[in-house]
Design a protein around this ligand. Structure first.
Ligand code: SAH
Length: 254
């Protein structure tokens, strides 16, 4: 198992008695981690010990001399399937039965990953994330280890790794202390059920285009109203699904 986190000089949050979010990734490509998560916000947080990342090479749990992890699908057809026995051994080594972390399997058949799920995970002890490859994994390991299937969208990736990176990126920025300014998280798209309003900055004029006057008025109430109206307009126009859910929620409050 390989870990990433604070060096000897870093003060680990674990040492200070605070529970740290820990992700364990089961993969055939451990070199893909921390990858992009080693940079910027999530990378600095990893160095500071605000979260931990560890990878486990599924192939280390193979038993034959070729260290094979997959086999042909029962019933025939194209491609290969990850074996249940090897994957189960990898899962048990990474997370014994008493490990409280949710066991997730990246899978296009899973429940779509959402900002709400990102919040839930960020508040928890971490996650054990299985990255599929080939045609996917033997159904029996999903059933026997209670894997929760999670999808990052309605398209097929060649493996679970990029999905796991995507999901973790969304989760890690919500861990307390990771983002300097939590205010910026609160108005973000999907928080509160709406897409975010348009943003502007300097210069005041760009190719003849100006900034909406209200934003430079200094009138905070007016600015808030404009942003809210724009967020509602964008959501209505672009995401009728989100808009309907938002309106249903508003009705509940009344
Ligand atoms: N045959 C499968 C797809 C296999 S793709 C099917 O049709 O459902 C190989 C692996 O990539 C999957 O096991 C999964 O771990 C990962 N993967 C592919 N698309 C994904 C998505 N949209 N979300 C999460 N994981 C995905």
């Amino acid at each position: 198992m390989s870990g990433f986190g604070p060096g000897h000089t870093g003060q680990s949050a674990e040492l200070t008695g605070v529970m740290t979010f820990k992700a364990t990734i089961l993969t055939l490509y451990p070199d893909m981690f921390p990858g992009p998560l080693g940079h910027s916000l999530s990378g600095r947080a990893l160095d500071k010990g605000l979260w931990q990342l560890e990878t486990s090479q599924i192939r280390d749990f193979a038993t034959d001399k070729h260290r094979s992890v997959d086999d042909t699908p029962a019933g025939g057809g194209a491609g290969m399937v990850l074996r249940a026995d090897i994957l189960a051994r990898a899962i048990d080594a990474a997370a014994p039965a008493e490990d409280p972390r949710p066991r997730l399997l990246m899978s296009p058949r899973g429940a779509p990953f959402t900002q709400d799920r990102a919040h839930e995970l960020a508040e928890g002890p971490g996650a054990v994330i299985v990255c599929g490859r080939f045609e996917g994994v033997d159904q029996r390991v999903i059933d026997a280890r209670g894997l929760e299937e999670v999808s990052v969208g309605d398209y097929i990736l060649s493996g679970g790794e990029i999905g796991a990176l995507t999901m973790l990126d969304a989760v890690v920025r919500l861990i307390p202390g990771v983002m300097g300014n939590m205010d910026s998280a609160e108005t973000e798209s999907f928080e509160g059920g709406l897409l975010e309003h348009p943003q502007y900055t300097r210069p005041a004029e760009f190719e003849g285009l100006t900034i909406p006057e209200v934003l430079t008025s200094g009138n905070h109430r007016k600015i808030h109203e404009w942003r809210m109206a724009e967020a509602e307009r964008l959501t209505r126009e672009r995401r009728p699904d989100l808009w309907d859910a938002y309106m249903a929620d508003e009705d509940d409050v009344d």
